[in-house]
Ligand binder design. Sequence first.
Ligand SMILES: C[S@@+](CC[C@H](N)C(=O)[O-])C[C@H]1O[C@@H](n2cnc3c(N)ncnc32)[C@H](O)[C@@H]1O
Length: 379
Amino acid sequence: MRTIQRNRFEDLEIAPASFGVAILNKEKFLEVLKELEAITDLNLLKIKMMALKGGITFPKRDREGILNIDSNGDTVSLRKDVLISELGQILEAHTIGRAKYYLKRLENGIQKIKTSKINDINLLRWKEYDGIITDSLWVLDKRDTSGAHLGWYWGNFIPQIPHQMMLRYTKRGEWVLDTFVGSGTTLIECRRLGRNGIGIELNPTVTQNATELVEREHNKHNVTTEVITDDSRTADIEAVLGKYGIKQVQLLIMHPPYYDIIEFSKDRRDLSRAENIDEFLKMFGDVVDNATPFLEKGRYFALVIGDKYSKGEWIPLGFYCMNEVLRRGYLLKSVIVKNFVETRAKRNQKELWRYRALVGGFYIFKHEYVMLFKKKGRA
Ligand SMILES: C[S@@+](CC[C@H](N)C(=O)[O-])C[C@H]1O[C@@H](n2cnc3c(N)ncnc32)[C@H](O)[C@@H]1O
């Protein structure tokens, strides 16, 4: 008997890794889990669990009918690799108490949904969200150029930034405001993830291009995405939101010019045209002041910013901006350090920069920041 069980177990170990979805007959699966929970002998529980795991991994072995979906049946879709690993965890439990704890957890994940106030992550199935980054160091090897994300705009951010922010800090159908919309990366991501998005951009030509690009992204969740041309320091955000019958947004994203690193226009209202750092910080602060009343209390503000060099000195622009935000009723939640995805131009100049760094005693910029703030007060 033992030998047979071991052989079956080895079969499971060499099974091809599958990251597909297991669609199960919910009622039947819960019934089987309940039966397992009633077992008091750990070995017997493991033998039955092995059979269950076998049936899910190799559908031909599904004697319980867990994979049989009748036309009126209620189904549950689970990530197959996560489910198999959870069943494996039960098989490895050393005590019956532990095994039952894991069983109950699996059952809860199927029957219930537990989310926080600020996103749709089902905490009872948190293992399925391994695409959501929780570390403060982001090393991304390439930008997402799928769909309408073309990456044509010099000074844009990679779509993974608004993507991660929206998944962590908004629920589907909520509203996002981006006060420096540029090529519309945030709004394209809004369409993909089913969030409504309002963007403000100073340069009318850039607004026009962004609008066209955003329109190219299929609006499968039927959300609102609008780019308006205005100065974010003074734009009438109340009126813009009022058009859609809302008073506040649930996520604020800002990716301002990194002072004068890229001159975005000749317009004196453009933050990249500030006379000096003090004026840049004043202008940035004015944008924060103008937008803050329209962010719901307890919600998040993501600031994407980098530092710069000037006359042989490292200027901590990111931290200066952080201080501006902290003076305005926000808590600092995280400072994420993100690598720069290398562009072709930079790659070509690599050796020159390395030489300059060795001569000048400095380090070459390879990172920028995603700073996360929470508006004080309860939601
Ligand atoms: C770093 S870019 C943003 C890029 C954007 N995240 C993207 O992915 O394309 C900054 C943008 O802010 C705009 N800008 C500068 N000053 C502004 C102001 N006062 N009001 C609104 N937009 C402004 C610039 O025209 C530029 O497009």
